[in-house]
Design a protein around this ligand. Structure first.
Ligand SMILES: Nc1ncnc2c1ncn2[C@@H]1O[C@H](COP(=O)(O)OP(=O)(O)OP(=O)(O)O)[C@@H](O)[C@H]1O
Ligand SMILES: [Mg+2]
Length: 385
């Protein structure tokens, strides 16, 4: 802003000065006589070949004899800028009255000094303005970002502490459930229920481990190598029964070998489970769901496509917002938001493509793990027996 305002002020000032000098030269050429010209101005008159320079000291190099002769013979006025004696002069040579030729000279040194002062003042204002803006920016950003970073750190601490504290009681509950189900004199139905209880506790333990690992991942620790082909196959196997109930054909397609990414296996499994659960829910009976895993340009891609109700393409990016769900849906609208959090936490991205009535396709794109770069870490679930 200071530079903009300064540039306008400078241009206006130079224009005003030049107009003023041109007006003075015109006046002096018409009415001035040698020796009577005002300060910083001189007038020379060539009359019948005789030059009247006056008696005052004139600056070196003046008058401009060439211009006087040229104007005398052509009768056409000449105006020029001359740099001499460490300053600039504006010179107007014009035919005078009674066959005379007049040359008016104006020394611009004070006007040039005014311009330099203005530029200096603008430069100082510019530097001071930038300094003040930088200081204000620094202060404001510290004030706003500081509490945010602290809140995030506190949240991460809470998640790690809470999940760490929950691991021991969960491990004990799991052990107790297993011991009870191993008791010899239990009726079969109670044993089945206890086995189911043990499996649920095991699932709870996975979720808690997952939370702990996610919090550590956010701090830049390496994940473990995870085979997305295996994750996709086991997620499809888990959903097969539900799909069969609804007569939906569920297929999985992969290159045959492992496709490794670095991350938290349970979290990635949850993301794929969520995509599959959504696909099954939004595909009518007799439809088709296909899961495809492949690699492209240093990334592993996992795609879940269905032939279900689809969605409006304009809605695609909103689906990943928390609490966003389709019209008439009575669910939480959290699943895809969690999928995006998991995927971006792994340095990847997720994309949704769909058309009303023509199905939907969700693609997870994750950086492929470089062989040997991911450091295997001891699984935290080892706390559970
Ligand atoms: N395969 C799909 N086909 C069509 N629409 C889908 C599909 N998957 C998700 N959607 C749309 O995206 C919305 C958001 O999905 P999201 O999984 O986030 O929430 P939800 O399934 O409604 O609830 P939650 O997963 O929390 O139980 C859904 O309500 C639905 O409208
Ligand atoms: Mg969902």
């Amino acid at each position: 802003m200071i530079a903009f305002v300064g540039a306008i002020a400078y241009v206006v000032m130079v224009h005003a000065q030049e107009t003023q000098v041109a007006r003075e030269l015109q006046y002096n050429a018409r009415f001035g006589v040698p020796d009577v010209a005002p300060r910083c101005a001189w007038v020379f008159v060539l009359d019948d070949g005789v030059l009247d320079e006056g008696v005052l000291a004139v600056p070196g190099g003046f008058p401009l004899h060439g211009d006087l002769e040229a104007v005398r013979s052509s009768g056409v006025a000449v105006e020029r800028d001359v740099s001499a004696n460490g300053t600039e002069y504006m010179v107007l040579t014009t035919p005078g009255s009674d066959s005379t030729t007049v040359q008016a000279v104006f020394d611009m040194r004070y006007l040039l000094a005014d311009r330099r002062h203005l530029l200096l003042a603008l430069g100082i204002a510019q530097v001071a303005g930038l300094l003040v803006a930088a200081l204000i920016g620094l202060g404001v950003s510290r004030r706003t970002v500081g509490p945010l970073a602290e809140a995030l750190a506190r949240q991460r601490r809470f998640v790690t502490d809470a999940s760490h504290e929950l691991r021991t009681p969960i491990a004990r509950a799991y052990l107790r459930a297993q011991l009870l189900s191993a008791a010899a004199d239990l009726p079969a139905d109670q044993r089945d229920s206890l086995d189911a209880l043990a499996r649920s506790i095991r699932g709870l333990s996975d979720v808690v481990d997952d939370l702990l690992q996610s919090a550590q991942l956010n701090q830049g620790l390496d994940g473990v190598p995870v085979d997305l082909t295996a994750v996709a196959s086991s997620a499809v196997a888990g959903e097969r029964e539900r799909a069969a109930e609804r007569r939906i054909a569920l297929t999985v397609e992969h290159p045959g070998g492992p496709l490794m990414v670095s991350g938290v296996e349970t979290a990635l499994r949850r993301a794929v489970d969520e995509l599959l659960a959504n696909a099954v829910r939004h595909t009518p009976e007799g439809g088709r769901i296909s899961v495809r895993v492949g690699s492209r340009g240093g990334h592993v891609e996992l795609e879940v496509a269905d032939t279900g109700e689809g969605f409006d393409p304009a809605e695609a990016s909103l689906l990943f917002d928390r609490f966003h769900h389709g019209r008439g849906e009575k669910r939480f609208g959290l699943g895809l938001a969690l999928v995006r959090e998991i995927v971006t936490g792994h340095g990847g991205e997720v994309e949704a493509v769909g058309h009303p009535g023509r199905g939907a396709r969700f693609t997870l794109r994750l950086p492929m793990a470089r062989t040997g770069s991911a450091r295997p870490r001891e699984r935290i679930t080892s706390a559970c027996p």
